[in-house]
Design a protein around this ligand. Structure first.
Ligand code: SF4
Length: 457
């Protein structure tokens, strides 16, 4: 068993029995589900929109090389500077170099899962640069020294009382603050950072190949402040976030909003196409886009290629019975839930993270609720096959399945022992795995074969 798997099992066990945790998460997911029902009402034919979106992403990923080059050409023509980063380390070094050139010790950061993936805050901290999260949920998580719990709602597992407690412990505020008071304090603390930071960092929800621009979607306005106040903007984005054209946004913006938060469209949708021009009043003096691979090209293999269509709406997490029981932190990976379980073994290593693909009931609810109709539960099975083909499951599992197959194919072998003996052998064999969390397996006293014979006597 790998270290990651041990941690996953231990954390899952704790969370699955934590009723208070379940209550908070169920409460927040219910609010989300109610909103999504309303959000979907804006569509005359939602299925057509989903199919169209899937086709656009299919076309994009099948021609990824072409669209990436087109993006580079157009973005640099706008005056932007493009950096290709094959690994997290390359991206981190590029950001550090820019910060050093700008002589800054303060960075403001909009919400971005890619920066979580490369652990940007910790890295900058180690090099004497303070990187502050400006999204309220992320700010709460940063204060509490926790990674985001969910890709869309980072502090979903916290109640308003929990947040007041975090503010009290870390900022010395009143322990009984109300949500508006909490927001006011966060806003006051952050406003000061926007005007002092020399560098602003954001992710990107979409990259537009035809105009060479990055789109950022958010509800608080912090993304806009983080990218337009500091003289230098860095957007770090995964290569799969491409869309062929700015015209595709009319389809993707409402879809992301509906499935992400149940809104018709998110409050702030910005398109950044490069640094401020001579005749413009807003925007950074310099803009960089870092295109990050960091294992994404591994996802191009045909069995899991559809996972690159993901727009990170979080819908599959909210629908997953496993996620709802064990929560986002138990996975021990940046991307949790069903889509995280598909992509993480390819991004971080199949040997260490294959267990995530087994953390599924295979109910298919994730596939059902995905706006892009990504075949998530099938890809979890594909990952299991890949792991088996790579010989990562150990000899014991191979032997067990071979014996099982022999027994299942032979009536004579199945009848060889009585139910008592079968109970003893099977429960003994699975004592530490299956039976550790479930009741004992009980074989019927009379086999089907015996009953059939008796019936036809
Ligand atoms: S896989 Fe689908 S449902 Fe899950 S986050 Fe991505 S787009 Fe949303």
């Amino acid at each position: 068993m790998t270290e990651q798997q041990k941690v996953f099992l231990a954390k899952s066990e704790v969370k699955a029995h934590d009723l208070e945790h379940k209550r908070k998460v169920a409460f927040n997911i219910q609010k989300y589900s109610d909103s999504v029902v309303k959000g979907k009402q804006q569509y005359a034919n939602l299925e057509v929109a989903r199919m169209r979106a899937k086709n656009v992403k299919w076309k994009t990923i099948e021609n990824l090389d072409k669209y990436l080059e087109q993006f580079e050409k157009n973005f640099t023509a706008n005056g932007g500077k493009l950096i290709w980063a094959e690994t997290a380390e390359e991206a981190l070094q590029a950001i550090l170099q820019i910060c050093r050139e700008k002589n800054t010790t303060q960075v403001v950061k909009a919400k971005s899962m890619v920066t979580e993936e490369i652990h940007l805050n910790d890295f900058l901290q180690e090099h004497g640069i303070d990187s502050v999260e400006t999204d309220l949920g992320e700010y709460i998580q940063q204060l509490d020294n926790e990674p985001p719990y969910h890709i869309v709602t980072p502090a979903m597992h916290k109640s308003k009382e929990d947040v007041a407690r975090v503010f009290h412990e870390k900022l010395g505020t009143d322990p009984n603050l109300t949500p508006p008071e909490i927001t006011k304090i966060a806003r006051r603390n952050l406003r000061e950072k926007y005007v002092t930071a020399q560098v602003g960092v954001s992710g990107g929800n979409f990259l537009l190949a035809d105009v060479g621009a990055v789109c950022v979607t958010e509800n608080e306005g912090n993304g806009r402040l983080s990218t337009t106040f500091p003289p230098t903007q860095i957007s770090i984005v995964g290569i799969e976030k491409l869309l062929p054209s700015i015209n595709d946004l009319q389809l993707f913006w409402p879809l992301l909003a509906t499935y992400g938060t149940g809104q018709q469209v998110t409050v702030y949708n910005s398109i950044f196409s490069g640094p401020r021009k001579a005749n413009e009043t807003d925007g950074p003096e310099e803009m960089y886009v870092i295109l990050l691979d960091n294992g994404r090209t591994n996802l191009l293999r045909k069995e899991v290629r559809e996972s690159m269509y993901c727009i990170r709406c979080g819908s599959c997490l909210n629908a997953c019975p496993v996620y709802k029981n064990i929560g986002g932190h138990a996975y021990g990976a940046t991307y949790s839930g069903p889509i995280g379980s598909v992509i993480t073994p390819h991004l971080n290593g199949m040997a260490e993270y294959k267990h995530m693909s087994y953390a599924s009931s295979l109910c298919g609810n994730c596939t059902e609720v995905c706006p892009l109709k990504i075949n998530i539960h099938e890809m979890l099975l594909e990952n299991r096959t890949i792991a088996a083909e790579q010989g990562l499951n150990g000899g014991m599992e191979k032997v067990t399945w071979a014996l099982w197959q022999q027994a299942m194919l032979s009536r004579r072998l199945m009848n060889i022992a009585g139910s008592k003996m079968k109970n003893k052998v099977v429960n003994g064999l699975f004592k530490n795995s299956w039976a550790a969390h479930r009741g004992e397996i009980k074989f019927a006293e009379r086999t089907f074969n015996k009953m059939w014979k008796e019936r036809n006597k």
